[in-house]
Design a protein around this ligand. Structure first.
Ligand code: PEP
Ligand code: MG
Length: 577
């Protein structure tokens, strides 16, 4: 039998593989047993994890605002009672003691048993309390496997992951595990999880409602990221049809490789620079092999995830050094930490109580508030700048004051490095990401004080249109071609030109072949994108007439508020076939 459903495709590819279901926040672990002489140690580890989970819940309770205290506190109290119940505080210990289970495996056995009991309940309310049990168990698990996620994750090679949601931290863990595809119930195509999936070239769908309930672990799935469809089937002719499509895509990818050594020049001789977005230093290899002109966005925050501590200056320096040396003279744009919103640290055991994390203490705001976090980061970047052309890029600027504070901190950091006898590039370029509408509207002021600007359209669209980029319910309104967004982009490009500083774009829009003709027509010449998009982008640029586009898009932008002005957009975007 074939079953199909739809979602929002985030990577235009097809994957065929077996389903692997991940429960919310709970990682399925493989069976693991310990020798008799380690049983006491395992029991201590389990007790410690329960104690940590209790401490974490107590912290949450203390942070509940007085106005909502009674309703929310009763939830937290219930979770604390569950933690204290013998079902969680004693039974897993019996499994460790009597069956030599590792602590994580003992917890999983008890979880499976409890979930079975809840699933069998007739009363729908009681059945729904299963989610509470799962939440409390995942809290204990979080402390048990904090440092060892890799070790406990089962073999995922060729599997299609089905989850309610995947945090970027989870996705980066799956990066090297040969996962074939992702399906999530929530999330938008511009979430960091979707961006990571795209970077890996892994077909993925988000917004597949109830996926974890309707799909079964182990069944064969076909994910079509271009059409946004998902099939559960064993039908031979359907499978063969999709295998043919996969072969066609592979052939196209191979044909693009002939462009690697060709210049990125339009038909009328305009040069564009195509840079790469990377998450980890090992991404440099793809950047080099696809002949990118450098790195336009290095998302440094991924080094901080999936660990219980923060990397110190030396560890960060080693990572940035690997990247700068790997680039062998090509520019490396290191974005300072963009933590917060959907990118949280494991070491932050306190649950966020902020209502709107995307509007909260994120990115440069967080860094300026936490000098203990920021200083070693700046020192490591500055030290790497002695080894090659490194630039610093500041995310989420909304206010010139932030530039002034950053520059003062940078100056202090340079002085401290000089005192320590450590080298750095004194004239390191400092640029800013324009991803908040306020910064785009004040682009002239930022251009006056910075060495370059980079347009972060993922957030710029989110903040301009008031669309949470990770919320699938409002995703249909997420539109990079909205006239307000186009006007802001044009303002930033023009401000850069007026002040003689380079402007690039590093949001996902820059790597979308359909938007490249429009952006070239708006005067953009520097694009930073997932390495996997570089060659297709080059193909598009090489097919364009920049002068003609400039006239056509210029006319569009001058008339953008007039009725029907946008009718020309599909024609411009369709220059790409
Ligand atoms: C952006 O917002 O466009 C961007 C590149 O940053 P991130 O996706 O990491 O928020
Ligand atoms: Mg951003």
């Amino acid at each position: 039998m074939t079953f199909s459903c739809s979602g929002i495709g985030v990577t235009p590819g097809i994957a065929i593989g077996e389903a692997h279901l991940l429960q919310r926040g709970f990682i399925e672990v493989s069976p693991r047993f310990v020798p008799l002489n380690q049983i006491t140690n395992e029991i201590d580890r389990y007790r410690q994890a329960v104690a940590n989970a209790r401490r974490s819940l107590n912290t949450v309770e203390k942070k509940i605002p007085k106005s909502t205290w009674s309703e929310i506190a009763s939830f937290v109290d219930t979770h604390l009672l569950m933690l204290a119940d013998a079902a969680l505080s004693e039974v897993p210990i019996d499994f460790i003691r009597n069956q030599s289970c590792a602590a994580e495996w003992a917890l999983q056995l008890q979880r499976d048993a409890l979930i079975k009991v809840f699933d069998a309940m007739d009363d729908p309310y009681l059945r729904s309390r299963k989610d509470d049990v799962d939440h409390v168990i995942s809290q204990i698990q979080k402390f048990l496997i904090q440092k060892k996620k890799d070790e406990y994750t089962p073999d995922l090679q060729g599997r299609i992951i089905i989850a309610q949601d995947l945090a970027p931290a989870d996705t980066i863990l799956l990066k090297h595990q040969g996962v074939a595809g992702f399906i999530t119930e929530g999330g938008g195509p511009m979430s960091h999880t979707a961006i990571l999936a795209r970077g890996l070239g892994i077909p993925a769908l988000v917004g597949v409602h109830h996926a974890t309930k309707i799909l079964r672990h182990g069944e064969r799935l076909i994910v079509d990221g271009k059409q946004g469809t998902l099939l559960a089937t064993n039908d031979k002719s359907i499978l063969e049809h999709y295998r043919r499509l996969i072969r066609k895509t592979e052939k196209h990818a191979a044909s693009l490789l002939t462009l690697v050594d060709e210049p990125t020049v339009t038909l009328d001789g305009e040069t564009a620079r195509l840079m790469a977005n990377i998450e980890l230093p090992e991404d440099i290899e793809a950047t080099r092999s696809l002949a990118a002109d450098g790195v336009g966005l290095y998302r440094t925050e991924y080094l901080y995830m999936n660990r219980s501590n923060t990397p110190d200056e030396e560890e960060q320096y080693a990572a940035y050094r690997q990247a700068v040396e790997g680039l062998d003279g090509l520019p490396l744009t290191i974005r300072t930490l963009d933590l917060g919103a959907d990118k949280q640290l494991d070491s932050c055991t306190q649950e966020s109580t902020t209502c709107n994390p995307a509007l909260g203490l994120r990115a440069i705001r967080l860094c300026l508030k936490e000098p203990k976090l920021f200083r070693p980061h700046l020192r490591a970047i500055l030290r790497a700048s002695a080894l090659g052309p490194v630039k610093i890029m500041i995310p989420m600027l909304s206010n010139l004051q932030e530039v002034h504070q950053l520059k003062a901190l940078l100056q202090e950091t340079k002085e401290s490095l000089s005192r320590d006898g450590l080298e750095y590039a004194a004239d390191i370029h400092v640029g800013g990401m324009i991803e908040v509408p306020a910064a785009a509207l004040a682009a002239d002021a930022f251009a006056r004080e910075l060495d370059f600007l980079s347009i972060g359209t993922n957030d710029l669209v989110q903040y301009t249109l008031a669309i949470d980029r990770i919320d699938d319910e409002v995703n249909y309104l997420y539109d990079p071609l909205h006239p307000s967004v186009l006007k802001l982009i044009q303002m930033v490009i023009d401000a850069g030109n007026r002040h003689g500083i380079p402007v690039s774009m590093c949001g996902e829009m820059a790597g979308n072949p359909q938007y490249i003709p429009l952006l070239m027509g708006m005067g953009l010449r520097e694009f930073s994108m997932q390495p996997g998009s570089l060659l297709e982008a080059k193909r598009v640029v090489r097919s364009l007439d920049a002068a003609a586009l400039s006239k056509q898009v210029g006319r569009l932008m001058r008339n953008i508020d007039k009725p029907n002005a946008l009718q020309i957009l599909p024609q411009i975007c369709n220059l790409y076939h």
